[in-house]
Design a protein around this ligand. Structure first.
Ligand code: FCB
Length: 462
């Protein structure tokens, strides 16, 4: 049918979550503290002082949660492993009880015919490592590789995909430069150094996984968006490209080409020196990977600043570390995160990545939206905005597929409403509604719609 968009036969439909956002059980079975435990318990850091102490209580409810996944017809499930459950001190002794939780989860997922994809680092660094400098300490990269080996040994025979890092741009520049996320540092130079150590950790982890998890596909997930210049003026075009250097190329170039973008590297080096990059690092970071995971939510329209920016210092924070201005398109409707809804941005991004980085298999590892959801008197959640959002983005991905982009699958963010970092529980991204008082799960309309999409492997043209 002409107005049906059919996806490739082996296209994988999934949903994603992350440990700190859903598990709860913050102190159970020997788990150590993570930087998010510390951060969320620090007054003023999260909305209403919300923490992930209980979250969706998934740690205790994982078996019934997997039934919900099966009911949805999910073909793949992306979750993350909490490093401090495995290594309460970040390194040293393995906590078998923590590892057991993920063994049971993975078995349960597999028993329901769902393919598990595990992220090793979705931002919950062991606090014990933060106490030694966190990602500013080069040793953290090696500890991460040790942790990767332990996961590879324990679960490598059963996991379909392993994703080393989730969104290193956020971990570094939001964690160490703007301070909006844990560990809450505010220093541009720290962001640069943390980013390098995260990437190094990725490369070292790929090396350790290759030895022990031979049947897994190994990759990394990055948050990307290709900016639109506000006008065709040379200055705006340059500003947009610079935005892409900071957000996209700063991570993609090292991982896929073994080098940092030269212009921006020069600027960062003039700020922090270059001793943080050791000989051989770029080769390590450039380790062969099997796929690239892309998280996409929105994109920016970017204009050159009217006023030149202040010279960068180590204390420069995110608003100033870019010499571009973001101009949000007025016309586009927004989600409750204030993110403009721009499905074409996903199409353009997928095409851009393929054009610039070759035929590497791609997954959309996160895409979704927060809206005001509520349970009505009949007990339903009518989230038609989310259905529209997803339909628009699936159609954009379909268009990219038709143009030859090597996209293998799509994970909706998120399976459940959950702890949305500094926004606490105020942003509901789930296909499944969570009543945080009773822990009741309710499939929203979008979940019922997604179930149909998966079973038909097709959508209506929006
Ligand atoms: C991404 C994160 C994910 C979630 C979504 C909304 O940046 O990876 O955990 O918070 O945003």
């Amino acid at each position: 049918m002409e107005n049906r968009l059919v996806f490739p036969q082996d296209f994988k439909w999934g949903a994603a979550t992350a440990s700190y956002q859903i598990e709860g059980a913050a102190h159970e079975d020997g788990k150590g503290l993570s930087i998010w435990d510390t951060f969320s318990h620090t007054p003023g850091k999260t909305l209403h002082g919300d923490t992930g102490d209980v979250a969706c209580d998934h740690y205790h409810r994982f078996a019934s949660d997997v039934k919900i996944m099966a009911d949805l017809g999910l073909q793949a499930y992306r979750f993350s492993i909490s490093w401090p459950r495995i290594f309460p001190d970040g390194t040293g002794e393995v906590n078998e009880a923590g590892l057991d939780f993920y063994r049971r989860l993975v078995d349960e997922v597999l028993e329901h015919g769902i393919k598990p994809a595990a992220t090793l680092y979705h931002w919950d660094l062991p606090q014990a490592l933060e106490d030694q400098g966190g990602w500013l300490n080069r040793a953290t990269s090696s500890y991460f590789a040790d942790y990767a080996r332990v996961i590879g040994e324990a679960l490598g025979d059963r996991l379909e995909n392993i994703i080393t890092l989730n969104e290193p741009w956020v971990s570094s520049f939001i964690g160490y430069t703007t301070g909006h996320h844990a560990p809450g540092k505010q220093d541009l130079g720290d962001g640069v150094i943390a980013a390098h150590h995260l990437l190094l950790g990725h490369g070292l982890a790929v090396e350790s996984l290759r030895g022990v998890a031979k049947s897994c596909e190994v990759g990394i997930t990055v948050n990307l968006s290709v900016a639109i210049p506000a006008t065709s003026s040379e200055l705006d075009v340059k500003a947009a490209s610079r935005h892409d250097d900071q957000l996209d190329r700063w991570f993609l170039d090292p991982v896929l080409k073994g080098q940092y973008p030269a212009g921006l590297l020069k600027e960062y080096v003039s700020l922090v020196g270059d001793d943080f990059i050791h000989e051989g690092d770029m080769t390590t970071i450039n380790a062969d990977i099997d796929f690239l995971g892309i998280n996409y939510y929105t994109r920016n329209i970017v204009a050159a600043r009217k006023q030149p920016h202040e010279p960068w210092t180590r204390q420069t924070s995110l608003g100033d570390f870019s010499d571009v201005d973001d101009v949000t398109p007025h016309a586009a409707p927004r989600t409750t995160k204030e993110w403009p809804i721009d499905p074409d941005g996903l199409h353009d991004l997928l095409v851009w990545v393929s054009k610039n980085y070759g035929a590497i298999p791609l997954y959309v590892t996160e895409n979704g939206a927060a809206f005001i959801d509520y349970v009505d008197q009949s007990g339903s959640v009518h989230d038609s905005e989310r259905v529209d959002y997803l339909q628009g983005h699936f159609a954009a991905a379909h268009r990219a597929l038709e143009e030859g982009v090597n996209l293998r699958g799509y994970f909706v963010w998120s399976l459940f409403d959950n702890f949305e970092w500094a926004d606490g529980y105020s942003q509901r991204f789930g296909l499944v509604f969570i009543d945080y008082h009773t822990q009741e799960r309710i499939m929203k309309d979008s979940a019922h719609w997604y179930k149909l999409v998966i079973s038909e492997n097709a959508i209506d043209q929006p």
